[in-house]
Each structure stands twice: as structure tokens, then as C-alpha cells.
Design a protein around this ligand. Structure first.
Ligand code: PBG
Length: 325
């Protein structure tokens, strides 16, 4: 009789909360989380983003208050996105020292820069009238090499504003090396480059495009990676490392956890993953209908990203998750 029962019982280690906690192989810590935030020019009170309940476009004042909250709960960093009043084909607001993102960066660095890692999005899409991540050539296509010059200027403006980490999210070829060279030539050798190494084109960016008042018509499929492909993520990883990336990132996180794992297996530098706007909003929307438990699914989604191999997670849940951890 006894022989027909299992002697190996994995359930044994699941038998109580303390046991499960003891044997947990993955943990979330507030210091691993980075909160993406939006700061909008020309408003005098925060504006809610309707497609991202709980997220707002900040004034500089409310942004600084949010940065203080990050410090209080021990969040690791903050990633700033700017929403300018005026846009043009070159995205001039991006490298203007008086541009909203640069002014906001200075304000946040002055307020909390010794207690929080301050990151800036380095991409033109919020600043261009056509909404693309780069400048366009005569035929209306995104011009890779002309865009690199704009990124170098933008990176220098962000470094001068005091940014600790530049998040290169535009997916132009050679962007890491070009911005690194520009920074080093001006003495900004300590400014960290977070490379969006494997950034896939995605329908889940939808809510973000409202958050930054994007003017994009069409998509970014000629520069962001194609979701069916895994191999090119490793090719981009090798290239970003060779060009001097300090941290590499995979984005969106949830649909591409295999890529997070593949990059983490090969990367000698820290790996980040970005739980993007649509991943956030899907959870909020289902929870608002009473279909799922918000906090539980939030933590489950984050632990999955962590377990796949991301050491750092960019998430709009950063403050909420940190409060629960
Ligand atoms: C490009 C950029 C985007 C996001 C971060 N950086 C938008 C895009 O690629 O269309 C999206 C983040 C999100 O959806 O939360 N500057």
C-alpha cells in the first residue's frame, strides 16, 4: 500500500506562508523599480491620462513631489518623459536647455538627485510634429544618421541638465556609440547609458501615446523590432555592448519574457525590462471591472519579469508595488 504513494512531495515546501517565503527564489525590492513619469509644459495642475488611470501628466511642481514619494518608499529611480507645448520636424525642444524635459530634469536632480537615480528618455518622438523617433529625409522616411546627430545634441542637453542615466529609446542603429562619443568628448564620462536594446513594435504602446500627446500617424515598424524575431535581439545586444551600453533593456516586458531571459543569459551588464503603458492599463481595466485582483496581478506580473532575468523593472506600478513590498 505505502509503495503506491509518492515519496517525492513538492507540495511539502508550499505548506505554509513562512515556508514559501523561505524558499522563494525570486524577490522584488523597491530599489529594483523605476517609475516612468510624464511632465507637461504649460499646465498649472496635473492632467490625468485617461487611458492610464492613476497616471498623470505632471507640472514641474507635482513631478518634484512625485520624486520625493519615490525616495520615501525606496524606489530605485525615476524615468522622465517630456510633453512640450510646441513641436517641429526636428524636435527642437529636445535639446533646448529651456525645453520642458531639460528644465524638469534639473528640478528633479536639484530636489532628490543625491537619493534617487534620475533618468531621461532620449528620443525625439515627443518633440517632433510628425511623431517619429527621428528626423525624416526628403522621402519622408526616418533618417538614421541624421537622427544620430540630433540624439547627440539631446544627450548633451540632458547631461548638462544633470541626468544620471540616459534612456536611448529611439532604436536607431549606432545610437549608443554616437551618444557615448558625444558625452565623452564633453567630459560627461560618468553619465550612464541605458540602451533600449530589444524594443519591439507593439500595440501596447497605445496609452503612452495619449500620455505624451503623440502626433504619430502610422507606426514605428521600420525601426522597432518585429515581434516574431528573437535572434535580432541578441544581435542588438552585441552591438549595444560593443558601443558601450551600461545597462540593456527589453521592452515591452510581458509579451517578450523569452527575450528578457535570452538577453539576461548573455549580458555581462545589468538587464532592465519595461512593463509598458498597455501592460499597466490592461491590469487596471480588468481590475476595475472586478475581473481580477489588482494588487495580486500587479505583483505577479512584476515577479514574472524578475524571474525571467530582469534585475531592474520600469513600471507605472513602482510606487504602488513598493508600498506593498
Ligand atoms: C519612445 C518611447 C515610447 C515608450 C517609451 N519610449 C513610445 C513608443 O515607442 O511608441 C513607450 C512606453 C510605454 O508605452 O509605456 N520615446
Amino acid at each position: 500500500m505505502t509503495g503506491s504513494f509518492p515519496t517525492i512531495r513538492p507540495r511539502r515546501l508550499r505548506g505554509s506562508g513562512p515556508l514559501r517565503r523561505l524558499v522563494a527564489q525570486t524577490r522584488l525590492h523597491p530599489a529594483d523599480l523605476v517609475l516612468p513619469v510624464f511632465v507637461r509644459e504649460g499646465i498649472d495642475a496635473p492632467v490625468p491620462v485617461s487611458a492610464m488611470p492613476g497616471v498623470v501628466q505632471h507640472t514641474i511642481e507635482s513631478l518634484v513631489a512625485e520624486a520625493h514619494r519615490c525616495v520615501e518608499v525606496g524606489v530605485g529611480g525615476i524615468m522622465l518623459f517630456g510633453v512640450p507645448l510646441a513641436k517641429d520636424p526636428q524636435g527642437s525642444g529636445a535639446d533646448d536647455p529651456g525645453g520642458i524635459l531639460n528644465v524638469a530634469t534639473r528640478a528633479v536632480v536639484d530636489a532628490v538627485g543625491d537619493r534617487l537615480v534620475v533618468m531621461t528618455d532620449l528620443c525625439l518622438d515627443e518633440f517632433t510634429s510628425h511623431g517619429h523617433c527621428g528626423v525624416l529625409d526628403a522621402a519622408g522616411r526616418v533618417d538614421n544618421d541624421a537622427t544620430l546627430e540630433r540624439y547627440a545634441a539631446m544627450g548633451l542637453a540632458q547631461a548638462r541638465a544633470g541626468a544620471h542615466v540616459l534612456g536611448l529609446s529611439g532604436m536607431m542603429d549606432g545610437q549608443v556609440g554616437h551618444v557615448r562619443a558625444a558625452l565623452d568628448a564633453e567630459g560627461f564620462t560618468e553619465v550612464v547609458i541605458l540602451a533600449y536594446t530589444a524594443k519591439y513594435t507593439s500595440g501596447l504602446y497605445g496609452p503612452f501615446r495619449e500620455a505624451v500627446a503623440s502626433s504619430l500617424v502610422g507606426d514605428r515598424a521600420t525601426y522597432q523590432q518585429d515581434p516574431p524575431n528573437a535572434g535580432e535581439a541578441l544581435r542588438e545586444l552585441a552591438q549595444d555592448l560593443a558601443e558601450g551600453a551600461d545597462i540593456v533593456m527589453v521592452k515591452p516586458a510581458g509579451p517578450h519574457l523569452d527575450i528578457v531571459a535570452a538577453v539576461a543569459a548573455e549580458s555581462p551588464v545589468p538587464v532592465a525590462a519595461y512593463q509598458i503603458s498597455g501592460e499597466y492599463s490592461q491590469i487596471i481595466a480588468a481590475a476595475d471591472r472586478g475581473w481580477i485582483d489588482r494588487d495580486r496581478v500587479m505583483l505577479e506580473s512584476l515577479i514574472g519579469i524578475r524571474r525571467a532575468g530582469a534585475q531592474i523593472i520600469l513600471t507605472y506600478f513602482a510606487l504602488d508595488a513598493a508600498a506593498l513590498l
